[in-house]
Design a protein around this ligand. Structure first.
Ligand SMILES: [Zn+2]
Length: 295
Protein backbone atom coordinates (compact mmCIF):
# COMPACT_ATOMS: atom_id res chain seq x y z
CA UNK A 1 0.00 0.00 0.00
CA UNK A 2 1.12 3.56 -0.66
CA UNK A 3 2.01 5.79 2.28
CA UNK A 4 1.30 9.51 2.26
CA UNK A 5 3.03 11.66 4.86
CA UNK A 6 2.89 15.36 5.64
CA UNK A 7 5.43 17.21 7.77
CA UNK A 8 3.89 20.36 9.18
CA UNK A 9 6.44 22.98 10.12
CA UNK A 10 6.29 26.63 11.12
CA UNK A 11 7.29 27.87 7.66
CA UNK A 12 6.89 24.88 5.30
CA UNK A 13 4.46 22.04 4.80
CA UNK A 14 6.05 19.10 3.02
CA UNK A 15 4.34 16.02 1.59
CA UNK A 16 5.77 12.70 0.44
CA UNK A 17 4.41 9.51 -1.10
CA UNK A 18 6.25 6.23 -0.47
CA UNK A 19 5.53 2.97 -2.22
CA UNK A 20 5.54 -0.55 -0.71
CA UNK A 21 9.31 -0.73 -0.70
CA UNK A 22 9.48 2.71 1.01
CA UNK A 23 10.78 4.30 -2.17
CA UNK A 24 9.89 7.95 -2.65
CA UNK A 25 7.58 8.56 -5.59
CA UNK A 26 6.56 12.16 -5.04
CA UNK A 27 7.53 15.05 -2.85
CA UNK A 28 6.02 18.50 -2.65
CA UNK A 29 6.52 21.59 -0.49
CA UNK A 30 4.30 24.59 0.13
CA UNK A 31 4.52 27.52 2.55
CA UNK A 32 2.65 27.23 5.84
CA UNK A 33 1.49 30.89 5.70
CA UNK A 34 0.78 30.97 9.44
CA UNK A 35 -0.26 34.61 9.25
CA UNK A 36 -3.38 33.60 7.28
CA UNK A 37 -4.70 31.61 10.23
CA UNK A 38 -5.95 28.22 11.31
CA UNK A 39 -8.58 27.59 8.62
CA UNK A 40 -6.16 28.50 5.87
CA UNK A 41 -3.58 26.00 7.14
CA UNK A 42 -6.24 23.29 7.30
CA UNK A 43 -7.21 24.11 3.69
CA UNK A 44 -3.56 23.95 2.62
CA UNK A 45 -3.01 20.55 4.24
CA UNK A 46 -6.26 19.19 2.84
CA UNK A 47 -5.44 20.27 -0.71
CA UNK A 48 -1.88 18.94 -0.46
CA UNK A 49 -3.24 15.60 0.74
CA UNK A 50 -5.80 15.50 -2.08
CA UNK A 51 -3.10 16.26 -4.62
CA UNK A 52 -1.04 13.31 -3.33
CA UNK A 53 -4.04 11.02 -3.37
CA UNK A 54 -4.74 12.02 -6.98
CA UNK A 55 -1.13 11.40 -7.94
CA UNK A 56 -1.59 7.72 -7.10
CA UNK A 57 -5.05 7.61 -8.76
CA UNK A 58 -6.65 7.38 -5.34
CA UNK A 59 -5.17 3.92 -4.79
CA UNK A 60 -5.40 2.54 -1.21
CA UNK A 61 -2.96 4.33 1.08
CA UNK A 62 -2.19 5.28 4.66
CA UNK A 63 -1.86 8.88 5.83
CA UNK A 64 0.12 10.40 8.67
CA UNK A 65 1.15 13.87 9.84
CA UNK A 66 4.20 14.88 11.82
CA UNK A 67 4.62 18.19 13.61
CA UNK A 68 6.75 19.68 16.37
CA UNK A 69 5.15 20.08 19.77
CA UNK A 70 3.17 17.50 21.61
CA UNK A 71 0.06 15.92 20.27
CA UNK A 72 -2.58 14.28 22.42
CA UNK A 73 -3.32 10.92 20.81
CA UNK A 74 -6.78 11.09 22.35
CA UNK A 75 -7.94 14.53 21.27
CA UNK A 76 -5.54 15.57 18.54
CA UNK A 77 -5.06 18.87 20.37
CA UNK A 78 -1.62 20.36 19.87
CA UNK A 79 0.63 21.97 22.46
CA UNK A 80 3.93 23.77 21.95
CA UNK A 81 3.69 23.59 18.17
CA UNK A 82 5.80 26.14 16.31
CA UNK A 83 2.78 26.61 14.06
CA UNK A 84 1.34 28.61 16.93
CA UNK A 85 -2.16 29.13 15.57
CA UNK A 86 -2.73 25.35 15.81
CA UNK A 87 -2.06 25.23 19.54
CA UNK A 88 -5.15 24.32 21.57
CA UNK A 89 -7.20 23.62 18.44
CA UNK A 90 -8.93 20.29 17.64
CA UNK A 91 -6.66 20.09 14.63
CA UNK A 92 -6.92 16.34 14.01
CA UNK A 93 -10.69 16.29 14.27
CA UNK A 94 -11.08 19.28 11.95
CA UNK A 95 -8.67 17.85 9.37
CA UNK A 96 -10.35 14.44 9.39
CA UNK A 97 -13.71 16.12 8.83
CA UNK A 98 -12.31 18.10 5.93
CA UNK A 99 -10.75 15.18 4.08
CA UNK A 100 -13.22 12.49 5.16
CA UNK A 101 -10.77 9.95 6.57
CA UNK A 102 -8.76 9.01 9.66
CA UNK A 103 -5.34 10.60 10.09
CA UNK A 104 -2.46 9.55 12.36
CA UNK A 105 -0.46 12.30 14.01
CA UNK A 106 2.84 12.21 15.90
CA UNK A 107 5.37 14.75 17.10
CA UNK A 108 8.53 15.30 15.11
CA UNK A 109 10.74 13.25 17.45
CA UNK A 110 8.54 10.16 17.09
CA UNK A 111 8.49 10.65 13.31
CA UNK A 112 12.27 10.93 13.33
CA UNK A 113 12.58 7.71 15.34
CA UNK A 114 10.24 5.90 12.92
CA UNK A 115 12.10 7.16 9.84
CA UNK A 116 15.44 6.01 11.26
CA UNK A 117 14.06 2.71 12.58
CA UNK A 118 12.46 1.61 9.33
CA UNK A 119 14.36 3.48 6.67
CA UNK A 120 17.59 4.80 8.20
CA UNK A 121 20.44 4.00 10.58
CA UNK A 122 18.29 1.81 12.83
CA UNK A 123 17.01 -0.54 10.11
CA UNK A 124 16.74 -4.11 11.37
CA UNK A 125 17.18 -3.18 15.05
CA UNK A 126 14.34 -4.17 17.41
CA UNK A 127 14.49 -1.12 19.68
CA UNK A 128 15.52 2.28 18.42
CA UNK A 129 15.83 5.42 20.53
CA UNK A 130 15.71 8.39 18.19
CA UNK A 131 17.01 11.67 19.54
CA UNK A 132 16.53 15.15 18.15
CA UNK A 133 19.03 17.64 19.50
CA UNK A 134 18.25 20.95 17.84
CA UNK A 135 16.83 24.16 19.27
CA UNK A 136 15.26 21.89 21.86
CA UNK A 137 15.81 18.25 22.74
CA UNK A 138 13.28 15.51 21.98
CA UNK A 139 13.22 11.77 21.64
CA UNK A 140 11.12 8.86 20.47
CA UNK A 141 11.15 5.11 21.05
CA UNK A 142 10.33 2.64 18.29
CA UNK A 143 9.96 -1.03 19.21
CA UNK A 144 9.42 -3.64 16.51
CA UNK A 145 8.36 -0.98 14.01
CA UNK A 146 5.88 0.77 16.31
CA UNK A 147 6.17 4.09 18.11
CA UNK A 148 5.82 3.64 21.86
CA UNK A 149 3.53 6.51 22.81
CA UNK A 150 2.92 5.78 26.45
CA UNK A 151 -0.16 6.57 28.51
CA UNK A 152 0.28 10.34 28.24
CA UNK A 153 2.07 10.47 24.88
CA UNK A 154 5.32 11.47 26.56
CA UNK A 155 7.34 8.28 26.13
CA UNK A 156 10.87 9.13 25.00
CA UNK A 157 10.77 12.77 26.11
CA UNK A 158 14.18 12.62 27.76
CA UNK A 159 14.72 16.35 27.09
CA UNK A 160 12.54 17.15 30.08
CA UNK A 161 13.95 14.67 32.50
CA UNK A 162 15.93 16.72 34.98
CA UNK A 163 19.56 16.09 35.84
CA UNK A 164 20.00 19.03 38.24
CA UNK A 165 16.63 20.01 39.66
CA UNK A 166 18.06 22.34 42.32
CA UNK A 167 20.83 24.31 40.68
CA UNK A 168 20.18 23.69 36.99
CA UNK A 169 19.06 26.43 34.58
CA UNK A 170 15.34 27.17 34.37
CA UNK A 171 13.58 25.35 31.53
CA UNK A 172 10.54 26.64 29.65
CA UNK A 173 8.57 23.69 31.08
CA UNK A 174 8.84 25.19 34.57
CA UNK A 175 11.47 22.85 36.04
CA UNK A 176 15.18 23.41 36.58
CA UNK A 177 18.03 21.47 35.05
CA UNK A 178 16.16 19.62 32.31
CA UNK A 179 18.42 17.74 29.87
CA UNK A 180 17.31 20.21 27.18
CA UNK A 181 18.81 23.15 29.07
CA UNK A 182 22.25 21.49 28.88
CA UNK A 183 22.49 19.68 25.56
CA UNK A 184 20.17 21.37 23.06
CA UNK A 185 21.69 23.90 20.67
CA UNK A 186 19.78 26.69 22.39
CA UNK A 187 20.90 25.40 25.78
CA UNK A 188 24.61 25.34 24.88
CA UNK A 189 24.36 28.89 23.48
CA UNK A 190 22.72 30.12 26.70
CA UNK A 191 25.29 28.39 28.93
CA UNK A 192 28.07 30.04 26.89
CA UNK A 193 26.44 33.44 27.23
CA UNK A 194 26.08 33.00 31.00
CA UNK A 195 29.74 32.12 31.34
CA UNK A 196 31.20 34.79 29.06
CA UNK A 197 28.50 37.47 28.70
CA UNK A 198 28.98 36.98 24.97
CA UNK A 199 26.32 35.79 22.50
CA UNK A 200 27.62 33.16 20.07
CA UNK A 201 25.96 30.58 17.86
CA UNK A 202 26.55 26.90 18.51
CA UNK A 203 28.63 26.75 15.36
CA UNK A 204 30.85 29.60 16.55
CA UNK A 205 31.23 27.99 19.97
CA UNK A 206 32.37 24.71 18.32
CA UNK A 207 34.92 26.54 16.20
CA UNK A 208 36.26 28.34 19.29
CA UNK A 209 36.42 25.01 21.12
CA UNK A 210 38.40 23.42 18.30
CA UNK A 211 40.79 26.35 18.26
CA UNK A 212 41.56 25.77 21.97
CA UNK A 213 39.54 28.63 23.48
CA UNK A 214 39.30 28.08 27.24
CA UNK A 215 35.69 29.16 27.84
CA UNK A 216 34.40 27.21 24.85
CA UNK A 217 36.38 24.26 26.23
CA UNK A 218 34.56 24.47 29.58
CA UNK A 219 31.19 24.71 27.85
CA UNK A 220 31.85 21.81 25.50
CA UNK A 221 33.27 19.61 28.23
CA UNK A 222 30.07 20.21 30.22
CA UNK A 223 28.04 19.52 27.11
CA UNK A 224 29.67 16.11 26.52
CA UNK A 225 29.38 15.19 30.17
CA UNK A 226 25.71 16.14 30.41
CA UNK A 227 25.08 14.21 27.20
CA UNK A 228 26.72 11.16 28.82
CA UNK A 229 24.74 11.47 32.04
CA UNK A 230 21.42 12.04 30.27
CA UNK A 231 21.83 9.28 27.71
CA UNK A 232 23.11 6.72 30.23
CA UNK A 233 19.92 7.38 32.23
CA UNK A 234 17.85 6.50 29.17
CA UNK A 235 19.93 3.36 28.50
CA UNK A 236 19.38 2.18 32.06
CA UNK A 237 15.61 2.46 31.64
CA UNK A 238 14.90 1.16 28.12
CA UNK A 239 18.23 -0.38 27.04
CA UNK A 240 17.68 0.17 23.31
CA UNK A 241 19.64 -1.68 20.60
CA UNK A 242 20.66 1.57 18.98
CA UNK A 243 20.52 5.30 19.62
CA UNK A 244 20.25 7.46 16.51
CA UNK A 245 21.11 11.14 16.85
CA UNK A 246 19.43 13.85 14.77
CA UNK A 247 18.97 17.62 14.71
CA UNK A 248 21.63 20.27 14.16
CA UNK A 249 23.60 19.31 17.29
CA UNK A 250 24.07 15.76 15.98
CA UNK A 251 26.50 17.19 13.41
CA UNK A 252 29.11 17.79 16.12
CA UNK A 253 31.62 15.06 15.23
CA UNK A 254 33.13 14.96 18.75
CA UNK A 255 29.79 13.65 20.07
CA UNK A 256 30.65 10.29 18.52
CA UNK A 257 34.00 10.11 20.33
CA UNK A 258 34.06 12.34 23.44
CA UNK A 259 30.28 12.20 23.90
CA UNK A 260 30.20 8.40 23.75
CA UNK A 261 33.15 8.25 26.16
CA UNK A 262 31.00 10.12 28.69
CA UNK A 263 28.06 7.76 28.12
CA UNK A 264 30.45 4.87 28.84
CA UNK A 265 31.60 6.59 32.04
CA UNK A 266 28.06 6.78 33.45
CA UNK A 267 26.72 3.59 31.90
CA UNK A 268 25.29 0.99 34.30
CA UNK A 269 27.16 -1.93 32.80
CA UNK A 270 30.78 -3.03 32.47
CA UNK A 271 30.65 -2.57 28.71
CA UNK A 272 28.73 -0.26 26.41
CA UNK A 273 27.27 -2.42 23.64
CA UNK A 274 24.71 0.15 22.49
CA UNK A 275 25.45 1.70 19.12
CA UNK A 276 25.19 5.50 19.21
CA UNK A 277 25.26 6.80 15.68
CA UNK A 278 24.31 9.63 13.38
CA UNK A 279 21.06 9.59 11.43
CA UNK A 280 20.80 8.74 7.73
CA UNK A 281 17.53 10.40 6.78
CA UNK A 282 18.68 13.97 7.55
CA UNK A 283 16.20 16.73 6.76
CA UNK A 284 13.78 14.18 5.28
CA UNK A 285 13.24 12.34 8.58
CA UNK A 286 10.12 14.31 9.50
CA UNK A 287 8.22 13.71 6.31
CA UNK A 288 9.36 10.07 5.89
CA UNK A 289 8.41 9.37 9.51
CA UNK A 290 5.01 10.97 8.97
CA UNK A 291 4.40 8.58 6.08
CA UNK A 292 5.53 5.62 8.21
CA UNK A 293 3.20 6.35 11.15
CA UNK A 294 0.18 6.59 8.85
CA UNK A 295 -3.10 4.74 9.27
ZN1 LIG B 1 12.00 21.10 30.77
Amino acid sequence: MFKIGIDLGGTKIEAIILDDSLKEILRKRINTEQEKGYEHILDNIASLYKECSKAINEAPHTFGIGTPGSVSAKTGMLKNSNTVCLNGKPFLHDLEKRIGRKVAIENDANCFAMAEALNGAGRGQPMVFGVIMGTGCGGGIVYNGQVIQGLQSIAGEWGHTTIDYQRGPKCYCGKHGCVETFISGGGVEKRYEELTGDKKSLHEIILLYRSGNENAGIIMHNFFEHFGVALSNVLAVIDPDIVVLGGGVSNIEELYTLGIEQVRKYHFNDELKTQIIKNQTGDSAGVIGAALIGI
